[in-house]
Design a protein around this ligand. Structure first.
Ligand code: NAP
Ligand code: FE
Length: 386
């Protein structure tokens, strides 16, 4: 048995906790920026409540950066970082889905060190620059999927290079995560399914990859049990707060699990997809790839895949893991192929090359170490519909 555990994030979990933002934030200074998306936090009132809470507890200046889009770009991070520097901002509030949170965390690094966002992303040979400073970040998720509020990752896209890479550094942890499940009530059934499948794949990949971390395995196991029980409920009854609470909790657990164990080939092959097709949501790509990759992987870690199958209500046999993945996706309406997502057949070679060039750092921890030919075949299967 072996594990490392370090999590420098204060977690405040519970319905209604958004309103404690101001009280928590005041210890970090007086000048705040809120980094959020274009619409949802305005429509569901979360943004107004956040601003109100900050002002009530003495914030002198609350600046808004509300131009984060799904699959956020390096340009958005650079733009918001310039605003932070120009306005001498003390601390950053990320409010929204994983895209807003990832942006907020990356802005903390880029606004506090030299260079630009792309200097800090992790190519297989490492990032161009290492950060040494950051600013406090408070993350408030409004989706239940990425776990970004509790981990060290920011996933950033570079539209010019058509690359999607991760900033992964201990300075990229938020200081505080305020997880208020009521903020997820406004998600549509489809967005609930998409984000929930992200948490599901985080738990699946962290549990089954080759990194040894008993503690993180337990988090992933618990997350899977909760997702199996509550994700279909949240999708079918978007206003069911109990289901929302469990999904926010499961997403957090899975977010910590990937912080400790990383992900594996499903994420490694998805990032090139949403890099080339930014309109594909991260977890739609995961959903298209997960069945074929699970069928490829299970022999590499039979014990863990048997456990996964058992958690999902199947016989404890590794090969049953594939059925378990497919059933979960079918249950939440996300059984899709890459073709149905708009990926072009002639792009599969380029996606294969990009997986090798950009995600090969994950290959040694994947249950079965893939060759380039394996990756191409997996893309073909996911394209045709496994
Ligand atoms: P997202 O990209 O943040 O948001 C997707 C859409 O959902 C946006 O249009 C957003 O609208 C809307 N939305 C957010 N919260 C809502 C709510 N409560 N009600 C209604 N609509 C809402 O989605 P996400 O799945 O949370 O994040 C995906 C991103 O996170 C990807 O870039 C992915 O690569 C990354 N990711 C990061 C990690 C990590 O560990 N850090 C892990 C997995 C994935 P607005 O834009 O108007 O707000
Ligand atoms: Fe993910």
């Amino acid at each position: 048995m072996k594990f490392d555990f370090y999590l420098p994030v204060e977690v405040l979990f519970g319905s209604g906790r958004l309103d404690t933002l101001g009280e928590v934030a005041k210890r970090y200074g007086y000048r705040a920026i809120i980094i959020t998306g274009k619409n949802s936090t305005k429509e569901n009132g979360a943004l107004e409540r956040a601003i109100h809470s900050l002002k009530k507890w003495g914030a002198e200046e609350v600046i808004l950066y509300d131009r984060v889009e799904p699959n956020p770009t390096d340009q958005m991070v650079n733009e918001a970082s310039a605003i932070v520097v120009e306005n001498k901002i003390d601390y950053i509030v990320g409010l929204g889905g994983g895209s807003a949170l990832d942006t907020a965390k990356a802005v903390s690094i880029v606004s506090s060190n030299e260079g630009y966002a792309w200097d800090y992303v992790n190519y297989p040979e490492g990032p161009r620059l290492i950060p040494y400073l950051n600013r406090p970040v408070i993350c408030i998720p409004t989706t239940a999927g990425t776990g970004s509020e509790v981990n060290r990752y920011s996933v950033i896209s570079n539209p010019k290079r058509k690359e999607k890479l991760v900033i992964s550094h201990s300075l990229n942890y938020p200081k505080v995560a305020i997880i208020d499940p009521t903020l997820t009530l406004s998600m549509s059934p489809r967005l609930t399914a998409i984000t929930g499948v992200d948490a599901f794949v985080h738990a699946l990949e962290s549990l089954t990859n080759k990194v040894e971390n008993t503690f993180a395995d337990d988090l992933a196991i618990r997350a899977l049990r909760i997702i199996k029980e509550w994700l279909p409920v949240a999708v079918n009854e978007p206003e069911n707060l109990t289901a929302r609470e469990w999904m926010s909790y499961a997403s957090m657990l899975a977010g910590i699990a990937i912080d400790k164990k990383r992900v594996a080939l499903i994420h490694g092959m998805e990032h090139p997809v949403s890099a080339h097709y930014p309109n594909v949501a991260h977890a739609e790509g995961l959903a298209a790839l997960a069945p074929a990759i699970t069928a490829f992987n299970y022999k590499g870690n039979p014990q863990k895949y048997a456990l996964f199958a058992e958690i999902m209500g199947y016989e404890p046999k590794p090969e049953k893991a594939v059925d378990a993945v497919v059933e979960l996706l079918e249950e939440v309406g996300l059984r899709v192929s890459l073709k149905e997502l708009g990926v072009e057949r002639e792009k599969l070679e380029r996606l294969t090359e990009d997986t090798y060039m950009l995600s090969r750092g994950l290959f040694p921890i994947n249950p079965v170490e893939p060759t380039v030919e394996d990756i191409y075949e997996l893309y073909v299967k996911a394209y045709e519909g496994f």
